[in-house]
Each structure stands twice: as structure tokens, then as C-alpha cells.
Design a protein around this ligand. Structure first.
Ligand SMILES: [Zn+2]
Length: 206
């Protein structure tokens, strides 16, 4: 399940039209309450970094692809520190750090956007309201950092592949999911179907 980088109560500017000639269509939300320069920004969901840069309007920025046409963007970062283009990120991983008040902005904040490439509206393009769409963003089959501690991947001829950890069992449904799991596992086990079933029972108590 995807999550907002910060709490809803920290939002100081919502999505939508606003009285601000430089940028009348606010394509994201601003988290400007309870944030400070250098604060780590957690990524909304697992994915791959597909964009990173700097501009005179939004300072340093990054974009993460979550699959299914969904991406999230993080503007007003203080530098390019953190994951770069092509890096896989897990939900909650630090994507960057909040930068100082920049350009025409009224204060230190994170500007956060959610895009769905299958949607387009005048003034907003593919940007949609993060507050009402955050739960629509897919969570690709990469465990969260808390789950990564003791993950093992088991594979057997009749059962396929799965990630197993304490109280955790997740089948890996295709080659992409298997490949995505590689960076987060302690080790890979090739077993037979009986071993697979025993491991599954040990993991989930059934
Ligand atoms: Zn903004």
C-alpha cells in the first residue's frame, strides 16, 4: 500500500486551481508544516527512479515509476543526493532531502505530485490529486525495509518461487518479480515441492 511522504495534517497547499499567477494550476500538494531543510523524504511506494534533475522553478526533483502508468514526483529537494535514475527503491526509502526556500515559493516545503499517464486534463496533464489517489498507486513486489531483514527466496519445480520470512509468504508470479526480489534476499534456496510446502507452513503457521 502506497503512502503519502508526510502526514495529511502537514499539507499547507492542496491540489487544484489557486490564485498564484506563476503557477495557477497546482499539480500536487505541498507539505510545508513541520518540515525543515535537510529532512529526509520517504518515497510513496516501491518502484524505479526514472527522472532526476534541477530547474529554476522547482530546484532538484526526482520521479519514481510504480508501474501501471503511475509515477510520483518530488520537487524542492536540496540536492541530487539519494537514489538516482535506474535505482530501485522500496516504499519509505529516502528519495531525497528537503531543500531551502527556493524561487517564488513562500517557504520550505516538499511539493509532491502523483501522475497517471492514462489520464489527461487541461492545465494538469497527467497529474491527479495525491490525497484521493494515493491508495491507487501500485506497490510492486518488493518488500518494505522492515520485511527485508530475513527474507529468503525458495524455488521448487512444482510450486514456483516465493519470498519467505517470519510470518510472511509471498508467491513471486513472474520473472520480473523474481528479479526485483534479488537485491533484498539473504539467500536463494532451490528445493523440492515438499520442502517448499514445509517452508511455507513454517513461515505462516499453516
Ligand atoms: Zn507545490
Amino acid at each position: 500500500m502506497a503512502r503519502l511522504p508526510f502526514a495529511r495534517s502537514q499539507v499547507t497547499q492542496v491540489f487544484g486551481p489557486r490564485d498564484f499567477p506563476q503557477d495557477p494550476f497546482h499539480k500536487g500538494i505541498d507539505f510545508g508544516s513541520g518540515v525543515s531543510v535537510g529532512l529526509a523524504v520517504p518515497v510513496a511506494s516501491a518502484g524505479i527512479v526514472i527522472g532526476s534533475g534541477q530547474s529554476a522553478a522547482i530546484n532538484f526533483w526526482k520521479e519514481v515509476d510504480h508501474g501501471g502508468g503511475w509515477t510520483t514526483r518530488y520537487h524542492m529537494l536540496g540536492s541530487s543526493a539519494g537514489p538516482g535514475i535506474g535505482d530501485r527503491v522500496s516504499e519509505g526509502q529516502t528519495i531525497g532531502f528537503i531543500g531551502p526556500k527556493f524561487g517564488v515559493s513562500t517557504g520550505v516545503h516538499l511539493h509532491f505530485e502523483v501522475h497517471n499517464k492514462n489520464q489527461s486534463r487541461p492545465g494538469y496533464g497527467s497529474a491527479v490529486d495525491p490525497l484521493t489517489n494515493i491508495n491507487n498507486i501500485p506497490s510492486p513486489g518488493v518488500p518494505s525495509p522492515e520485511e527485508e531483514i530475513s527474507m529468503i527466496r525458495i524455488q521448487s519445480p512444482g510450486r514456483g518461487s516465493a519470498l519467505i520470512g517470519p510470518g510472511f509468504f509471498r508467491p513471486l508470479r513472474n520473472a520480473e518479480e523474481i528479479e526485483q526480489s534479488t537485491p533484498v534476499i539473504l539467500r536463494h534456496v532451490n528445493g523440492n515441492d515438499r520442502q517448499f510446502d514445509i517452508w511455507r507452513a513454517l513461515a505462516v503457521g499453516g
